[in-house]
Ligand binder design. Structure first.
Ligand code: SR1
Ligand code: MG
Length: 423
């Protein structure tokens, strides 16, 4: 396949013929394409994902489709998201080495990336649903977020380079539009593609949609998301975008990458841990999940602690960008001023991440794109009860984000709500 042929979606049947002469793929998995085994494994909302295995190994072939896979061709979506994913992956690898899959090949016209087959990794969301306690995720994800968010910002980069990058990713308009609508607006009115567990959640949903403070807060957060081009975000950092083994953690799928507020990735990620926490009650068929719930709250605490520690370390050792210059602080012997500024920056991230987390919880229960944590709870009343608790939690942290001062306070709230008899 060359980059010059017009776009054509791959299939299990055509992949070996079309990529059989691709040097990068042959070098990785073996050149005899007739022996390749091809499986389509994409379970995301947007793209095709193939595992291709040959005589000497395997690789992932990921291809964007010109529409939203979840909805179909009635919702066109540009192929260029593959370009942004490729460029985001290269930057993430440079800024947080070893945290993303290795890239072997990129074809912009075919919207196709050939990359490392992570095996025996599984999607983190699936592991958490199964009740698996992964020992390293908090450390690995905390480090990834601190390194990519710090090193992609004006705290670190040369301003010319950052502005060029900002211009490059500014064209990821359609994927930002998905987030702007699906995350920040649709959950708060009766949008066409919304769905929720009905009738069990109807009254609560009506209450949330009538909640003026919540609606205003969601729009303030949307404003921050759209207007605060602080750093290169992953843009969709939930537990479905992370692959794990007991030892290893890799971040995947950064096609939503763009320059936005640091707190967005952190808030979305923590929201997914809290949603996993609230969903555990629905997965107790083989026994109580108390230990799993405690584990998830510990993961939240540790992720935030690792993020803060690494961000602070980078602040002290790598602050080479045009923001909070050392010239004004350390070079004048005023180290405390640099620490005071760091406190302000971390506090801003903290306040905003709570808002983004609350909104992310809402959209996964009220909007178009639900998550498997809740969706795999077969019994409607049980699922609704888990979802109702998560919705209340999300509302509280979004609306009260300026009055909440510690991660323990948030976890205590989660634990309290979890104990309630819900609907
Ligand atoms: C129509 S896309 C819906 C969601 O899927 C992606 O994974 C993003 O989370 C997006 O919001
Ligand atoms: Mg994705």
């Amino acid at each position: 396949m060359t980059g010059k042929l017009p776009f054509e979606a791959l299939s299990v049947e055509t992949l070996a013929t079309r990529l059989g002469t691709n040097e990068a793929l042959c070098a990785k998995i073996g050149g005899d394409a007739s022996a390749w085994k091809v499986r389509e494994v994409g379970d995301g909302n947007l793209n095709l994902v193939f595992i291709v295995e040959g005589a000497s190994g395997g690789a992932i072939v990921k291809q964007a489709l010109p529409y939203v896979r979840l909805v179909g061709d009635s919702w066109p979506l540009p192929l260029k998201r593959s370009f942004f994913e490729y460029h985001a992956l290269t930057r993430q690898e440079a800024r947080a080495p070893g945290s993303v899959p290795a890239i072997y090949y990129f074809d912009e016209t075919q919207a196709l990336i050939i990359m490392e087959y992570l095996s025996p990794h599984i999607i983190l969301r699936r592991a958490l649903i199964e009740g698996r306690q992964l020992p390293n995720i908090a450390r690995d994800i905390g480090l990834f977020m601190a390194r990519t968010l710090f090193r992609g910002s004006d705290l670190s980069m040369a301003t010319k380079e950052r502005k060029a990058d900002l211009a490059l990713f500014a064209d990821n308009v359609e994927l930002c539009d998905i987030t702007e609508n699906l995350v920040f607006s649709d959950p708060y009115f009766d949008a066409k593609m919304n769905r929720h567990t009905s009738p069990q959640l109807d009254a609560l949903v009506a209450e949330l949609r009538a909640d003026r403070d919540l609606k205003v807060e969601a729009q303030r957060l949307k404003h921050i998301f759209a207007a605060n081009a602080e750093t290169l975000l992953h843009g969709d950092l939930h537990s479905g975008s992370i692959m794990v083994t007991d030892q290893e953690t890799r971040m995947i799928d950064p096609e939503f990458a763009f320059y936005g507020p640091m707190a967005f990735d952190v808030g979305m990620l923590l929201a997914n841990f809290w949603m996993s926490f609230f969903s555990q009650r629905g997965h107790e068929q083989k026994g109580k999940r108390d230990a799993m719930r405690a584990y998830l709250l510990d993961v939240v605490v540790e992720t935030w602690a690792v993020f803060r520690a690494e961000f602070s370390h980078l602040w002290r050792t790598e602050r080479t960008g045009m923001l909070y210059q050392k010239t004004l602080f350390e070079d004048q012997g005023d180290i405390l001023a640099a620490e005071q500024a760091l406190d302000h920056v971390l506090h801003q991230i903290w306040t905003d991440l709570l808002g983004f987390a609350g909104i992310e919880v809402h959209r996964r229960i009220l909007g178009l794109a639900h998550n498997a944590d809740f969706e795999t709870i077969a019994e409607d009343d049980l699922r609704a009860s888990c979802e109702a608790k998560a919705l209340k939690f999300g509302r509280h942290i979004a609306v009260n984000r300026h009055q909440i001062h510690s991660i323990d306070e948030v976890n205590n709230l989660a634990a309290l709500i979890e104990q309630e008899n819900s609907i």
